[in-house]
Design a protein around this ligand. Sequence first.
Ligand code: NAD
Ligand code: UGA
Length: 314
Amino acid sequence: MRALVTGVAGFIGSHLAEGLLKLGWEVRAIDSFTDYYSRKIKENNLKNLKENKNFSFQEGNLLELDLKKTLEGIDYLFHLAAQPGVRKSWGKNFGIYIRDNIAVTQRLLEEVKEFPLKKFILASSSSVYGESPLPMREDNVLRPISPYGITKLASEGLGYLYYKAYKMPVITLRYFTVYGPRQRPDMAFHRFIKALLNDKEITIYGDGNQTRDFTYISDAVEATIKAAWSEVTGEIINIGGGAQVTVNETLKILEEITNKKIKIRYIEKQKGDVLHTSANISKAKKLLNYQPKVKLREGLEKEVAWLATAKAQK
Ligand code: NAD
Ligand code: UGA
């Protein structure tokens, strides 16, 4: 099997590419090393991959690259490249989100619309729901409350257009707050654990009673590969971790794991942050045979162990 993974130097993309290589797939990959976070971290994410003879990497912006050769003969396209981050998507930054989340998705779909692709797997986000009734079901009304969520919803819409107009085998996955080793440095657990290990203060947005359905990275990767293999197309599917917990509860678990006391500063809730997320994963269970395996404590232990290595903190 031959796959293209976009956004491969990122958190989820690098793990996904490793998962595909383990299955014996040939993986072609693209990343432009956007400056959302440091290039050094992203290059580290690629280290293991680059040692594998079935892996090839092309650096460049998906909007500008000549994709002809890279796309030739691919069976699966995993589109993970994006400008992530809910809270930074306001104001002038919005242009970057439009470019990397909407225009890039449109270009890729255009480029492969006539290809005999087996599946186009599109990474979406729980942020398309906004303040939606819980647990969030795929057929809920979608009212994103962040500019980021708006761009992810638009990218879902593009996937649907090409599915309808060109019968492209598109499947869209709405990931819910993914965590684990190599988590992006702007995300909560990465920041909390780094601060704990260095005896620094952490900042909580709001009162810490907001909840998330945290999804461990290996579960997200497994769901993504299952989505590729499945016969299902034209569907949008939630990928959650199976439990809804408050941010305050996660801090208690982190204190127990590290045997340290967290210094906390509470500040105002951030614009764009949804108060609660919780995924109804019946569709993923039924259509993909997806069942999250990693419980929050176990997953956090793994992220702590990873961040405790000096290299990961640079
Ligand atoms: P990430 O920032 O770690 O990875 C994204 C990668 O895409 C980066 O390495 C970046 O350099 C690359 N990229 C961005 N624009 C590009 C362009 N124009 N050309 C080439 N490369 C480009 O993010 P992540 O957390 O791994 O997220 C991966 C995907 O999953 C994104 O689509 C994100 O919206 C989605 N998602 C993530 C989460 C999560 O909790 N991490 C949750 C829901 C959805
Ligand atoms: C995450 C990802 O960053 C998005 O890319 C993704 O699309 C989204 O999940 C999703 O599920 O769709 P978020 O839930 O904000 O977004 O993830 P975290 O950064 O891990 O934040 C979790 C919670 O902790 C949020 O309520 C946030 O406000 C809070 N937080 C975060 C803090 O209180 N302090 C911090 O320093 C960071």
